[in-house]
Write a protein that binds this ligand. Structure first.
Ligand code: GDP
Length: 445
C-alpha cells in the first residue's frame, strides 16, 4: 500500500515525541530532521520537503505549542494539517455541466500510465451517478487501443465511439461530440494517444483537439510508481497543453508516495482521483485529509464506510441478518458474503483502511488468509446442486462424494468444510439472544 514506509517512519518519530511530557526546541528540531529524511526517502520533491519542514518548524516552535498541555500531540497535528495542505486541502471535483449539456473530458498521458483503463473506470463512475457517458477512442496509433477501450467500455456498460484507426484524432474527437449531442449522451471522455516519452507531435495533437472541441477538463493520467518522474510529466503537460488536474494511477503498488505528495505543490493542479488496482471499480476520489490520516496511521474509516455503502446491497444485507438470526444461513449466503467482500476490494483493501494498519501490517494479516483455500471452498459450494446449497442438511455421504469430484478436492476436505459450516450455523443459533441485547442497548440511545 502507498506510503507504507513513510507512514512507519513518521509514526516512529511521533511515538518518541508523544512519550515526552514537555518538549524543548532541540527535541522538535531533531524530530523534524527525521521527518525530512522520511519525506525525502518517500521520493517527495526536495523543494517541497524544504518548504514543508520550514513551515512545520515555524508553527511548532511557536510559544503556544511548546507551552501547551500536550506539545507532542500538537506537533503531530501541525504535521497532519500541513500534509493536508500539501495535497490541496479540499477534495477536487471534476466539472460537470448540469442536465443534458455536454461535458467533455480529455484524458491525456504517457503510454502505459493507465489512461485507457482509467477512462473506463471514470466512465463507470459517471454512469453510476446517473450520467450518460460516452467513451471516444482517439488513440489511433497504439495497436489494439481501440479494442481495449471497447472491451473495458463493455465491462462498465458504457458505449464507445470509434472510427477505427485510419482517421485523424482531431476529427474523431469532433465527431464523437457531435454523436453525443445527437444521441443524448451528456459526458464525453476522449481517450487520446500516449507515447512512451513526451514528444512534440503528441503535444501538438492534444493542443489541436483542445482547439477543435470545447474541453471542460483536461485530465492527466500519471503513474504514481514513477515517483518524481510523474511530477516532471505533469509539469511538462501543464506547460505544453494545460491540465486541470491529475488522476494518479497504481497507487496500490507505490510504497513511497512521493508523487501524491508533490504534484499539487509543484504544478498547482489537484489530484482528482487515485487508481488503486487493475479492476474497473478501483478508482477512488482523492481526499487530502483522509490521505493524511492514512499516512499518519489514523486509518481511513470514512472511506471504508463509503466503500461498504457503494458495494453492499442493503436489502440483501438485511435479509442475511434476518436469516442469521433464525439460523437459516445457507451455502448461497456464504457465496454472497465472499462476493461482497471481493467487491470491497478484498480483505487486504479493507484492512488497510483500519487505524494502525500501516507498515505492512495489513499485508501481514492478509497473507495469513489462504486465498487458495478460499477458492477451493467456493469450488465446493459451486459443485452443489441448488437444493443442497439452500439446505445444507441434505448433504449425505454420496452427495459429498459427488461434490468432491466436481470440485476436484478429496472427500475429507468437503467433510471438513461442511463441519465448519455446521458449527458456524450452530453458533448463529445462539446469536439471537446476543443480538437482542444489542438491539436494546441501541434503542436506549
Ligand atoms: P495506457 O497506455 O495509458 O492507456 O494504459 P493502460 O490503460 O493500458 O494501462 C496500463 C497497465 O496499467 C494495464 O495493465 C492496467 O491494468 C494497469 N493499471 C492501470 N491503472 C492501474 C491501477 O490503478 N493499479 C494497478 N495496479 N494497475 C493499473
Amino acid at each position: 500500500m502507498a506510503f507504507d514506509n513513510l507512514s512507519e517512519k513518521l509514526q516512529n518519530v511521533f511515538k518518541q515525541l508523544r512519550s515526552k511530557g514537555s518538549l524543548t526546541e532541540a527535541d522538535v528540531r531533531a524530530a523534524l530532521k527525521e521527518v525530512k529524511m522520511a519525506l525525502l526517502e518517500a521520493d517527495v520533491n526536495f523543494k517541497v520537503v524544504r518548504q514543508f519542514t520550514k513551515t512545520v518548524q515555524e508553527k511548532a516552535i511557536g510559544q503556544d505549542v511548546m507551552n501547551g498541555l500536550n506539545p507532542g500531540q500538537m506537533v503531530i497535528k501541525i504535521v497532519h494539517d500541513e500534509l493536508v495542505s500539501l495535497m490541496g486541502n479540499d477534495k477536487a471535483e471534476l466539472p460537470l455541466k448540469p442536465g443534458n449539456e455536454i461535458t467533455v473530458y480529455m484524458m491525456i498521458g504517457l503510454q502505459g500510465a493507465g489512461k485507457t483503463t482509467t477512462a473506463a473506470k471514470l466512465a463507470g463512475k459517471l454512469k453510476a451517478k446517473g450520467r450518460k457517458p460516452l467513451l471516444a477512442a482517439c488513440d489511433v496509433y497504439r495497436p489494439a487501443a481501440v479494442k481495449q477501450l471497447e472491451v473495458n467500455g463493455a465491462k462498465v456498460g458504457v458505449d464507445v465511439f470509434s472510427m477505427g484507426d485510419r482517421k485523424n484524432p482531431v476529427d474523431i474527437a469532433k465527431a464523437a461530440v457531435e454523436h453525443a449531442k445527437a444521441s443524448g449522451y451528456n459526458v464525453v471522455l476522449l481517450d487520446t494517444a500516449g507515447r512512451l516519452q513526451i514528444d512534440e507531435q503528441m503535444m501538438d495533437e492534444l493542443v489541436a483537439i483542445r482547439q477543435a472541441v470545447t474541453v471542460d477538463a483536461s485530465v492527466l493520467v500519471v503513474d504514481a510508481m514513477t515517483g518524481q518522474e510523474a511530477v516532471h510529466v505533469a509539469q511538462t503537460f501543464q506547460e505544453k497543453v494545460g491540465i486541470d488536474g491529475v488522476i494518479l494511477t497504481k497507487l496500490d503498488g507505490d510504497t513511497r508516495g512521493g508523487a501524491a505528495l508533490s504534484i499539487k505543490a509543484i504544478c498547482g493542479k489537484p489530484i482528482f482521483y487515485v487508481g488503486m488496482g487493475e479492476k474497473l471499480e478501483d478508482l477512488e476520489q482523492f481526499y487530502p485529509d483522509r490521505m493524511a490520516n492514512r499516512i499518519l496511521g489514523m486509518g481511513d474509516v470514512l472511506s471504508l464506510i463509503e466503500k461498504a455503502q457503494a458495494n453492499i446491497d442493503e436489502e440483501k444485507a438485511r435479509d442475511l441478518e434476518k436469516r442469521v438470526r433464525k439460523a437459516q444461513f445457507t451455502f448461497d449466503d456464504y457465496l454472497d458474503s465472499m462476493e461482497q467482500m471481493r467487491k470491497m476490494g478484498g480483505i487486504g483493501s479493507i484492512l488497510s483502511m483500519m487505524p494502525g494498519m500501516t507498515g505492512g501490517k495489513a499485508q501481514e494479516l492478509e497473507s495469513m488468509v489462504d486465498e487458495k483455500d478460499l477458492a477451493r471452498k467456493e469450488a465446493i459450494v459451486h459443485s452443489m446442486t441448488k437444493a443442497e446449497r439452500a439446505n445444507p442438511d441434505l448433504l449425505n455421504l454420496s452427495r459429498k462424494q459427488r461434490i468432491a469430484k466436481g470440485a476436484g478436492v478429496n472427500i475429507a476436505e468437503v467433510n471438513r468444510f461442511v463441519k465448519q459450516f455446521d458449527q458456524t450455523r450452530k453458533m448463529m443459533k445462539q446469536m439471537p439472544g446476543m443480538m437482542k441485547g444489542r438491539g436494546k442497548r441501541r434503542g436506549g440511545f
